[in-house]
Design a protein around this ligand. Structure first.
Ligand code: URA
Length: 434
């Protein structure tokens, strides 16, 4: 294989053969293809696209680039869940303990922030001492013992995706359907769960801005998952504004805790119930949709989901007391309100801009090696459809550097649009594909 020839072929709109894709991924994983050549390939794929066959080969080549986990030692049908990425998307933090508290084993592999979106592992690291670099043995024992474990991508599991994910993050090559589908499905297949529930985001804060593209991505991933004998379901959900109210790592952990205390924002609670219902149904075919929803509501009401979160944090080395005393989580030194520049109904929030504001405050990575500030972010007080008076607060920004706050504040205000006429609330769930 000559990497130059493959880049040229893709750049000129050709299709890559199965063997070419496998050789390229194997060589990149071994470190024999440099990042600059793989960046060029990612950009060529970004512009020229990949057909269904190429996408399937890329997925399988990446899934097979390391070990394939065998979770057969865990009793029951194991469920994994994955979001295509959004702003304020802290769903896994609340949803996985909810599902585990219902008695369904959750064996999940998570990632870090990507582009303007946050990542579950970064968020969970807001708990002092928490880590996801656990061994496969630890992972399996923990799911058997407490019903939930989340691991990061190790060198052993889909290592090709681990390298490509970090590379795409800093080369503006994230938002391509084939690259997203192969990235997500390769690690889901390698992580070994029996059932996979996907949350495919659409809107200005998602990688798939257009609804029809999100549905195409959802169908593509369901096709790949079912083809590999994993029960796969995709929920297409709104990302035209941040989910819930909090954006930023520790702030999102706090909102997930509030949700498990029964005090979560309406849209976020609804999404957890929708995805949770699909996870329960995938694992227990005797349940009805209504029964699944009721069980999920019950584990919030009786506190067992919150206790499950604490148990999970402790099992992975974190300070679980912060679940009950969230003030122990990282907190920014400066809080600044953002006054509305005008009166009216919020008609649009350019959602990826809100994610970028969080990056400007220090909450995301500029390069592969950047260290992120877990304490920064924002709490939205007005969302689409809300009425606001001139000067009333749209949101509170949390930061540690006045210059960054100033830059984020300007950009945040520009992300809001207003109308003099009432604006309907956004529809949260756009469709379910199974
Ligand atoms: N999540 C992933 O794991 N990979 C992507 O490419 C996008 C979102």
């Amino acid at each position: 294989m000559r990497m130059y020839d493959l880049i040229l072929k893709k750049r000129n709109g050709g299709s890559l053969e199965k063997q070419e894709i496998y050789d390229m991924i194997a060589a990149y994983t071994r470190g024999e293809v440099p990042d600059y050549q793989m960046s060029a390939m990612m950009m060529a794929i970004y512009f020229q696209g990949m057909n269904q066959e190429e996408t399937l080969h890329l997925t399988m080549a990446m899934a097979n680039s390391g070990d394939m986990l065998d979770l057969s030692d865990i009793q029951g049908i194991k469920v994994d869940k994955h979001s295509t990425g959004g702003v304020g998307d802290k769903t896994s933090l609340a949803l996985t303990p909810m599902v585990a508290a219902c008695g369904i084993p959750v064996a999940k592999m998570s990632g870090r922030g990507l582009g303007h979106t946050g990542g579950t592992i970064d968020k969970l690291e807001s708990f002092k001492g928490f880590h996801t670099d656990i061994t496969t043995d630890h992972f399996i024992r923990q799911v058997n013992r407490i019903g939930i474990a989340i691991m990061g991508q190790t060198k052993e599991l889909a290592p090709a995706d681990k390298k490509l994910y970090a590379l795409r993050d800093v080369t503006a090559t994230v938002d391509n359907m084939s690259l997203i589908a192969s990235s997500i499905m390769s690690k889901k297949l390698a992580a070994g769960a029996d059932a996979i529930v996907l949350d495919v985001k659409t809107g200005s804060g998602a990688f798939m801005k257009k609804q029809e593209d999100a549905f195409l991505l959802a169908r593509e991933m369901v096709r790949i998952g079912n083809g590999a004998n994993r029960r796969t379901i995709a929920v297409v959900s709104d990302m035209d504004q941040p989910l819930g109210r909090n954006v930023g790592n520790a702030l999102e952990v706090k909102e997930a805790i509030e949700t498990l205390q029964g005090k979560g924002p309406e849209d976020f609670v609804e999404l957890c119930l929708t995805l949770g219902t699909q996870m329960l149904l995938a694992s227990d075919s005797k349940l009805t949709e209504l029964q699944a929803r009721d069980r999920l509501k019950q584990v919030i009401a009786d506190g067992s989901a919150l206790r499950k979160l604490a148990e999970f944090v402790k099992a992975q080395g974190g300070d679980e007391s912060a679940v009950y005393e969230p003030e122990k989580l990282p907190t920014a030194s400066i809080e600044e309100s953002i006054p509305s520049p005008q009166e009216g109904y919020v008609s649009r929030i350019t959602c990826d801009e809100v994610g970028i504001c969080c990056l400007i405050l220090g909450g995301g990575r500029e390069t592969k090696d950047s260290v992120i500030d877990l304490s920064v972010g924002m709490k939205l007080q007005k969302k689409v459809g809300d009425y606001v008076k001139k000067g009333e607060s749209l949101a509170v920004l949390y930061g540690n550097d006045p210059e960054k706050i100033l830059a984020a504040k300007r950009r945040f205000i520009a992300a809001y649009e207003f109308s003099t006429k009432p604006v309907p609330k956004l529809q949260l769930v756009k469709g379910i594909i199974s």
